[in-house]
Ligand binder design. Structure first.
Ligand code: ZN
Length: 148
């Protein structure tokens, strides 16, 4: 479902979102994966499909990340894939806690170490209905990681 027209992505970070939307990262299918995650948001038709390879150190070593739906879910999935490769589950969960707070407007980005990619997604703070689009890949991933 294409809903670009509803969301006016402008401002200093719009290039980041449009770049990830047009050239999604880690989109290649990986054959040798440990976890497969498929999730969707029936309200807007967004879908996320993740294939993840783990290494023995509770760390994500590779990800194949695909999504369908609005520009925001596609950009967010690509950005998440880029941010989580090489991180441990604990690091990913900690990052998500901060990201979730920032996106929901409960707190500001903590410091300059906050990834610019995630900062770019702050445009949805003005479009509360899109927060679910941004968070879908993260929620789907964390639901699985919490059980490992
Ligand atoms: Zn969406």
């Amino acid at each position: 479902m294409e809903q670009n027209s509803e969301l006016n992505v402008t401002g200093p970070y719009s290039d980041v979102i449009m770049d990830h939307y047009r050239n999604p990262r880690n989109r290649e299918h990986i054959l040798d994966y440990d976890i497969e995650i498929n999730d969707s948001n029936p309200f807007c038709g967004d879908e996320v499909h993740l294939k993840i390879k783990l290494d023995g150190l509770s760390q994500i070593s590779a990800i194949g990340a695909g999504s369908k739906g609005c520009s925001i879910i596609q950009a967010s999935t690509s950005i998440m894939a880029e941010e989580i490769v090489g991180k441990t589950y604990k690091q990913i969960m900690a990052l998500y806690e901060v990201f979730n707070g920032v996106i929901n407007g409960k707190c500001d980005p903590p410091d300059l170490s906050y990834p610019e990619n995630l900062l770019a997604l702050n445009v949805v703070r003005d479009y509360p209905v899109r927060i679910k689009c941004v968070l879908l890949p993260w929620v789907a991933l964390l639901e699985v990681l919490r059980k490992i």
